[in-house]
Design a protein. Structure first.
Length: 257
């Protein structure tokens, strides 16, 4: 059977990030992708103009619908926006445990806030303890841990908050490497960094690929290496000609077709 993976996140009308980026990454990684949309956004390559949150009961209904018929091998969360949505998603995941990648999307690349201030505590206390791995960038890791430590220290702090493993991604760091920690072992996962003005959706692509590879049965460290390579390649071939802002990454190799 083809592995099955779901993304629980917001929709990006511009197609570069969110649900749309996740489904592309799922396809590129060879899994059947599904979605539980928590919010609709009006956005493009320059800005997020508006966010419309869907009611938590509908988020749960989407999860029930796909799990009850198609089944799930892994899941990832992205933009969850509010405390109410996080609580509903956490409740469902507690009842349906499965490999879970938590991508704590807090701020869009355009600078728009995608997680309400009062939702951060719920993300930390309800969702991180359910995570197989949490994948913040450097800025998100510092916000979640309320500290200014190194990736090594931040990864340890995130595991201390309840996640089984942490992967602090290196896209915003000085060093082109993700830092992995599973409570026992620290590991740096290097990747190629490209100076390309098309990074929109890189974080989503990374976490979605990681979830897809877990759905395919890869060990966590191997899945983390695969996610780093996929995100790096997607940025390298990013679609700079799309839009007038930061263009979308290209995990499907569209530019070469």
């Amino acid at each position: 059977m083809v592995p099955r993976c779901i993304t629980i996140a917001g929709s990006d009308s511009g197609g570069g990030a969110g649900i749309q980026a996740d489904l592309k990454a799922f396809a590129a990684a060879g899994v059947h992708g599904m979605s539980a949309i928590v919010a609709l956004t009006a956005q493009n390559t320059r800005e997020v103009m508006s966010v419309y949150e869907l009611p938590p009961w509908l988020v749960r209904a989407q999860l029930d619908a796909v799990a009850g018929d198609i089944g799930l091998d892994a899941a990832k969360t992205g933009m969850l926006f509010s405390r109410a949505t996080i609580e509903a998603v956490a409740d469902w995941l507690e009842e349906h445990p499965l490999p879970l990648v938590v991508d704590p999307v807090m701020v869009a690349s355009s600078g728009a806030q995608l997680l309400q201030d009062d939702a951060v505590g719920s993300l930390v206390h309800r969702l991180l303890p359910l995570a197989t791995v949490v994948t913040p960038n450097l800025l998100e890791a510092r916000a979640l841990t309320a500290s200014e430590g190194s990736p090594h220290q931040l990864a340890e702090a995130l595991v201390g908050l309840g996640a089984r493993a942490a992967l602090v991604t290196g896209g915003h760091g000085e060093k082109a490497a993700d830092h992995f920690y599973d409570g026992k072992e620290h590991l740096e996962i290097p990747f190629e960094r490209s100076d390309v003005a098309a990074t929109h959706g890189a974080g989503c692509t990374h976490s979605a690929t990681l979830a897809a590879l877990l759905a395919r049965g890869l060990a966590l460290v191997d899945a983390a290496r695969g996610a780093a390579a996929a995100a790096s390649g997607a940025v390298a071939q990013g679609l700079v000609e799309i839009g007038s802002g930061d263009g979308p990454v290209d995990v499907l190799g569209l530019a070469g077709r």
